[in-house]
Design a protein around this ligand. Structure first.
Ligand SMILES: NC(=O)c1ccc[n+]([C@@H]2O[C@H](COP(=O)([O-])OP(=O)(O)OC[C@H]3O[C@@H](n4cnc5c(N)ncnc54)[C@H](OP(=O)(O)O)[C@@H]3O)[C@@H](O)[C@H]2O)c1
Length: 326
C-alpha cells in the first residue's frame, strides 16, 4: 500500500510503499482510509518530539482518520499505534476505537474537527464539567482548537465565552461563531491586562492552548483583578504552542482559589475519550461545530508538509480525488 512515511525525524514524511497491514487477531479490523487531519499533534509525532514518542522509525504519522470498513460503512477512528498511524491507504484498527458515522456526513469536516474539538469537549464534560451559565475564557482562541473550544463552550451552556489571541481578524471572526467578547494579546501589557479585567475578571474556567509567556501573564492579570478571589478559577492546560514552561509565583495559588490541571493523553484515559466521541460526532453532523479546512492529496504529503498554513485552517489529506474537491 501507499503511505506517508517518516524515515528520519529531520525530514518531512515522503509518500512511498509499505507492506499491507496484516490481520493477525480478531481484535483488529482493516479500514480503508479516506481523510486524515494534519493536526499539530501529528506534526510533533512525526518529528519525534511528542511526549508519547517512542523514537521508533520508520513511522507513519496520523493520529485519527475517517475511513471505510470492509462492509462499506463509514467510521471515524483513533490510531492506537504511535509508529503506524493513519496517513496510509489502509490502517489496522481495534474496533473499540472506531465510531460509526452516518453515510451522508462530511468526511473532511469530521477528519478536521474531531481532534481539535475533543480537547475542549472532554475538558468541559469530564475534567471540570461546565455548569450552565458559567463563564469560559479560551486562551489561544484563534487556532483550530481554540475556535472549536469557543463553540463547544457555548454548546455546553456557557453563559459567556471570551476568546483571547493575537490575530485581530481571527478574533473578530470568533464573534460570529459564539464568542461574546474577544481580547487581543497586544505588546502593551497594561492594555491587555485592562482588557482582560473588563472582559473576564470573573471567569470560572480557562481553556489554555498556549502556555508559555501568554499564560504566565494572563494567569496573574486575571487573578489580581478578580472581584472575589475565593471564587473557583479552574485553568485547564491543553496546548503549549506559546512555550513549554511558565514561571508561576507561589502567591498565585495562595491568594486566590486557583486550580491548575491539564487535559491530554494520560490525564484522561483513552476509554473516556472514546465514550465522548459519538456525542461529538452528532454535534458535527448537526452543523453545530464548524471548522475551516483545506484538502490535499496524500500523495503530495511531502510538499504540503513544508507549506505555510493559514491560521485557523486545518489541512486534511485525502486518499481519493473525489474528496479533494469537496
Ligand atoms: N492535548 C490535546 O488534546 C490537544 C488537542 C488539540 C490541540 N492541542 C494543542 O493545542 C495547541 C493549539 O492547537 P491548534 O489545533 O489550535 O493549532 P493551530 O490551528 O495550528 O493554531 C495555533 C494558534 O496558536 C496561535 N499562537 C501561536 N503562538 C502564539 C502565541 N505565542 N501567542 C498567541 N497565540 C499564539 C496562532 O496564532 P497566530 O495566527 O497569531 O500565529 C494560531 O492561531 C497545539 O499545541 C496543539 O498541539 C492539544
Amino acid at each position: 500500500m501507499h503511505a506517508a512515511v517518516v524515515r528520519d525525524f529531520e525530514h518531512p514524511p515522503r509518500y512511498g510503499e509499505l507492506p499491507m497491514p496484516q490481520l493477525s487477531t480478531d481484535e483488529a479490523v482493516i479500514v480503508t482510509v479516506h481523510a486524515v487531519g494534519l493536526h499539530p499533534r501529528v506534526r510533533s509525532g512525526a518529528s519525534g518530539k511528542h511526549y508519547t514518542s517512542s523514537g521508533r522509525l520508520p513511522l507513519v504519522p496520523g493520529v485519527d482518520a475517517v475511513g471505510e470498513l470492509a462492509n462499506g460503512s463509514l467510521v471515524y477512528f483513533v490510531a492506537d499505534d504511535a509508529s503506524m498511524g493513519t496517513m496510509a491507504e489502509f490502517a489496522l484498527v481495534d474496533p473499540r476505537r472506531t465510531i460509526p458515522l452516518p453515510a451522508h456526513i462530511d468526511q473532511v469536516t469530521v477528519a478536521a474537527a474531531m481532534n481539535p474539538a475533543m480537547s475542549a469537549w472532554v475538558a468541559m464534560r469530564r475534567r471540570v464539567p461546565l455548569q450552565p451559565g458559567q463563564e469560559v475564557l479560551v486562551l489561544g482562541a484563534t487556532g483550530s482548537a481554540g475556535t472549536m473550544a469557543v463553540q463547544v463552550a457555548k454548546l455546553l451552556g456557557a453563559g459567556k465565552v471570551v476568546g483571547v489571541g493575537r490575530d485581530r481578524q481571527r478574533l473578530d471572526a470568533l464573534l460570529t461563531v459564539g464568542a461574546d467578547e474577544v481580547v487581543q494579546l497586544s505588546e502593551d501589557r497594561d492594555i491587555t491586562a485592562d482588557a482582560l479585567a473588563t472582559a473576564a475578571c470573573d471567569v470560572d474556567l480557562v481553556i489554555d492552548y498556549l502556555w508559555g509567556p501568554p499564560a504566565e501573564t494572563t494567569i496573574m492579570d486575571l487573578l489580581t483583578r478578580r472581584r472575589d478571589r475565593s471564587k473557583e478559577l479552574n485553568w485547564i492546560q491543553i496546548g503549549s504552542i506559546g512555550g513549554p514552561t511558565i514561571q508561576l509565583p507561589s502567591v498565585a495559588l495562595r491568594s486566590a482559589n486557583f486550580r491548575l490541571l491539564g487535559n491530554g493523553q494520560g490525564a484522561v484515559s483513552t476509554m473516556v475519550y472514546l465514550e465522548e466521541l459519538p456525542a461529538l460526532v452528532q454535534e458535527i453532523d448537526k452543523g453545530n461545530l464548524s471548522i475551516s479546512t483545506q484538502t490535499q492529496l496524500l500523495c503530495d504529503v511531502e510538499q504540503v508538509w513544508a507549506m505555510p498554513e493559514a491560521s485557523g485552517v486545518r489541512t486534511v489529506f485525502v486518499t481519493n480525488k473525489s474528496l479533494a474537491s469537496s
